[in-house]
Design a protein around this ligand. Structure first.
Ligand code: PEP
Ligand code: MN
Length: 263
């Protein structure tokens, strides 16, 4: 169902005023974790100023250590909805288990299935049974075949509002947090009709190369970019090292626009 043999026409996902896929590109930005209303309002205002509409923010966080900040849960989702309603934004947030679908759907526009849950088949089946748009992240060590088959679960169970996002894979390289597999973009675009995005923050884990990586992704045919932004990255409760400050985000966005690769 995900293949171009089945359907050649590009899938375009419309969520409120956001259009993902087709001829335009979408820059999704926001903090790794929702931490407070003030934090999210600061990021939301910057998106508005940039003319962007899709705000990301984690409330259920898949943390490597049980001692790390686990996210604000439903309170975080409420903050996202409040800020989005106030500013006219579209929201995206991760869920990690089927029992989080209902609560997240109440507050959030697009459900994210994270890299660690790409092959959580019960989650895929359950999200597949909803009509909620979903952003599926590539697993840390998933082949493109496995990635596409994970998406196939969603479509097979009835949900065709699916977007794919490359977020880097595990390799021997230590200069970056993960290795951005840029070839995934043209391959996925060739093989599937689903929108394909690139998360430059999690794939690199460092801020100094986000712009060239974003340009490479767009030049390779990506339908969008995801980037992490935080008003005070040094004190962020997760992923502090890779999140852009508001000024850095502004410069990043200008660089993306000036590249001429973003429509
Ligand atoms: C995230 O987007 O916040 C996240 C945890 O990413 P990933 O699942 O790609 O690690
Ligand atoms: Mn993060």
């Amino acid at each position: 169902l995900v293949s171009r043999d089945h359907k050649n026409e590009d899938t375009i996902i419309k969520v409120k005023q956001a259009v993902i896929g087709g001829d335009s590109q979408t820059l999704i930005a926001g903090p790794c974790s929702v931490e407070s209303k003030e934090q999210l309002e600061t990021v939301g205002s910057a998106l508005k100023k940039a003319g962007l509409t899709v705000l990301r923010g984690g409330a259920f966080k898949p943390r490597t250590s049980p001692y790390s900040f686990q996210g604000l849960g439903e309170d975080g989702l409420k903050i996202m909805k409040d800020v989005a309603d106030e500013m006219g934004l579209v929201t995206i947030s991760e869920i990690m288990s089927p029992d989080q679908i209902d609560v997240a759907s109440k507050y959030i526009d697009i459900l994210q299935i994270g890299a660690r849950n790409m092959q959580n088949f019960e989650l895929l089946k359950a999200v597949g049974q909803t009509k909620k748009p979903v952003l599926l992240k590539r697993g840390l060590s998933a082949t493109l075949e496995e990635f596409m088959l994970a998406a196939e679960y969603l479509l097979h169970h009835g949900n065709d509002q699916v977007m794919l996002i490359e977020r880097g894979i595990r390799t021997f390289e230590t200069a970056t947090r993960n290795t951005l597999d840029i070839s995934a973009v043209p391959i996925l675009k060739q093989e599937t009709h689903l929108p394909v995005l690139v998360d430059v923050s999690h794939s690199t884990g460092r801020k100094d190369i986000l712009l060239p990586c974003a340009k490479a992704a767009l030049a390779a045919g990506a339908d969008g970019i995801m980037v992490e932004v935080h008003p005070d990255p040094k004190n962020a409760l997760s992923d502090g090292k890779q999140q852009l400050t508001m000024d850095e985000f502004q410069a990043f966005w200008e660089g993306v626009r000036e590249s001429g690769l973003y429509q």
